[in-house]
Design a binder for this molecule. Structure first.
Ligand code: KIV
Length: 257
């Protein structure tokens, strides 16, 4: 049975952790789905896979193109797509238009938006009331890299209180879950205990209701990966070796035989 947004909350109540990973194409999405991943995120970290330095340049068209391929590869997991930078912050109607396009054109079930400040909360209320499921995202929000850098957020009392209050406001606005990125574990625990909806952590300790990582990081494909990502295999090395072996065999006329 395909995973639903309501099921994530039931899993929180049952203490069953949510497994989430990012995907960027059909093949990776299919592998994640077959391997039992609950939530597949077409994250705007896709920008890095496409060779951009940050997530800022990626466009809605690029996200939709990749999300369509991901959706074709997924049968069971919940598919969520990031709205890219400046495709939802300008106005409520811009957010409606972008989120509507994502759902209609890709077949994904939900969108993710960064931020929990008052104007964003208002936008999320509007999206949710219009029938668009939203995954929230607070803490380190990479679309604000030029304001926040990539440092851990919520280290001071003031910052921690702000993130805590944003998470509460997002729950009230109707998000079905919240990504907590790169915040201290004790703050993630406090938020997780306070909310009815699940928290999905990335660099936020093990007390969240689920975890998400960037798949190219866990596969060892990324050139740089954040300190909180565990590398489960080294595909850069494996692929490099396979390509070199092939090149040698072609040059020495050993392939094809
Ligand atoms: O774009 C992304 O990869 C994300 C992370 C939270 C996984 O948003």
């Amino acid at each position: 049975m395909p995973v639903t947004t309501q099921q994530l909350t039931q899993w929180k109540q049952q203490g069953r952790p949510i497994v989430a990973l990012t995907a960027w194409d059909y093949t990776i999405a299919q592998l994640l789905d077959i391997s039992g991943v609950d939530l597949v995120l077409v994250g705007d970290s896709l920008a890095v896979i496409l060779g951009y330095e940050t997530t800022l340049p990626i466009t809605l068209e690029e996200m939709i193109h990749h999300a369509k391929a991901v959706r074709r590869g997924v049968k069971n997991a919940l598919v969520v797509v990031d709205l890219p930078f400046l495709t939802y912050q300008e106005s409520m109607s811009q957010a409606m238009h972008s989120a509507g396009r994502v759902l209609k054109e890709t077949g994904a079930q939900a969108v993710k938006l960064e931020g929990g400040y008052p104007a964003m909360v208002e936008t999320i209320v509007h999206l949710v009331q219009s029938g668009i499921p939203v995954l929230g995202h607070v803490g380190l929000t990479p679309q604000s890299i030029h304001q926040l850098g990539l440092r851990q957020q919520g280290k001071t009392r003031e910052e921690g209180d702000r993130i805590f209050n944003e998470a509460i406001a997002l729950e009230k606005a109707g998000v079905f879950a919240i990504v907590l990125e790169h915040i201290p574990a004790h703050l993630a625990l406090q938020i997780t205990q306070k909310l009815r909806i699940p928290t999905i952590g990335i660099g936020a300790g093990y007390d969240c209701d689920g975890q998400v990582l960037v798949t190219s990081d866990i596969l060892g494909l990324s050139e740089k990966h954040p300190p909180f990502a565990k590398v489960y295999t080294n595909l850069r090395e494996t692929i490099g070796k396979a390509v070199q072996d092939y090149a040698v065999e072609v040059r020495e006329r050993q392939f094809p035989k």
